[in-house]
Design a protein around this ligand. Structure first.
Ligand SMILES: Nc1nc2c(ncn2[C@@H]2O[C@H](COP(=O)(O)OP(=O)(O)OP(=O)(O)O)[C@@H](O)[C@H]2O)c(=O)[nH]1
Ligand SMILES: [Mg+2]
Length: 302
């Protein structure tokens, strides 16, 4: 029901068909939830610039689409693609609303994290990219996760329990310019330990600041996750920052970033545009997370 309502709601926003068909996707858990590396794959076609005057309507931007479990690529229609993303909504989408959220614990080491086997999404990105702000936006609480103008505010692995059934995990940012070399090394080993050993991790939300040009450290991080077969969704933050800057616009930075990573992936990873200021992408991201989670939760899948 939720899916149907959502699709109807967005029907009018699309005027273009999805990107060129790619090879059929096999729906094993690892292939679907992971963005797999394939250095030899040709680049997807360039993004089409939205003709809409309002950047928030840039759902018309498109690239190779992400097809979730339960959907055949040839059955995809434009209405099934979430606005401001390349994500197709499939039959596993549903129960996306956040009714309740509570802070559970902060852990200094991966082995101290909750052990109750609930599925979780890790929020990862450079310091100051907007990880804590995104969590606040998704849960609709202004100061739920601590935010700061000073990079490096979040220093521990923080677990937030949603609807008593799944977790958000707020991680320390990487690339904190003022951190000492030893602090950076510590960050790297403890966060990598978390990723490599966390069986309940459904997907990483890798946040990328769309208000600045692509950063090598983000590309390196995406590459590392891909090499280790860890599923990710690119979440472009700060898409509201369209005015005043000397640099390029968010949609130009996003396109550039996608061009740079396109060769790494055999199947296009999901990506979505967001803003914690305007709420752009909030409902769409939650719906996407619901389909990954429900698929992960499905006991029938081996
Ligand atoms: N304009 C705009 N500013 C944002 C957005 N998201 C975050 N910010 C600002 O960016 C700064 C950093 O936000 P945080 O959410 O604390 O970033 P973080 O990634 O959690 O930072 P660390 O915990 O230090 O790694 C704050 O000043 C936020 O208000 C956004 O979508 N748009
Ligand atoms: Mg933070």
């Amino acid at each position: 029901m939720l899916l149907r309502q959502h699709c109807l709601l967005n029907l009018h926003r699309f005027s273009t068909p999805p990107a060129q068909p790619l090879a059929a996707v096999s729906f094993s858990r690892s292939s679907t939830l992971s963005a797999r590396l394939n250095p030899s794959t040709e680049s997807p076609p360039p993004l089409n610039r939205s003709s809409a005057p309002n950047f928030a309507a840039a759902g018309l931007l498109r690239t190779a689409i992400f097809v979730p479990p339960g959907v055949a690529r040839e059955d995809v229609t434009p209405e099934m693609v979430l606005p401001g993303s390349n994500i197709v909504v499939g039959p596993y989408a549903g129960d996306a609303q956040i009714k309740q959220v509570e802070f559970v614990k902060s852990s200094a080491r991966a082995r101290d994290c909750p052990k109750d086997h609930r599925p979780e999404f890790a929020i990862l990105g450079r310091s100051n990219v907007g990880k804590s702000s995104l969590i606040n936006t998704l849960v609709r609480k202004k100061e739920f996760a601590l935010t700061s103008k000073k990079p490096g505010k979040t220093q521990l692995i923080n677990h937030f329990l949603v609807n008593k059934s799944w977790y958000f995990v707020d991680l320390p940012g990487y690339g904190f310019a003022n951190a000492s070399q030893s602090a950076r090394t510590d960050w790297s080993s403890f966060t990598k330990g978390y990723f490599l050993n966390r069986d309940t991790l459904v997907s990483v939300l890798l946040l990328v600041d769309s208000s600045i040009p692509p950063q090598q450290i983000d590309l390196d991080c995406a590459n590392w996750l891909g090499r280790n077969n860890i599923g990710l969704t690119f979440v472009f933050t700060k898409c509201d920052k369209t005015k005043g800057g000397k640099g390029k616009r968010p949609d130009e930075n996003i396109k550039h970033f996608q061009d740079l990573i396109s060769n790494y992936y055999k199947e296009p990873p999901p990506w979505i545009m967001t803003s914690s200021v305007t709420g752009l992408g909030r409902d769409e991201l939650l719906l996407h997370m619901s389909q990954l989670r429900n698929y992960w939760d499905n006991d029938d899948i081996v």
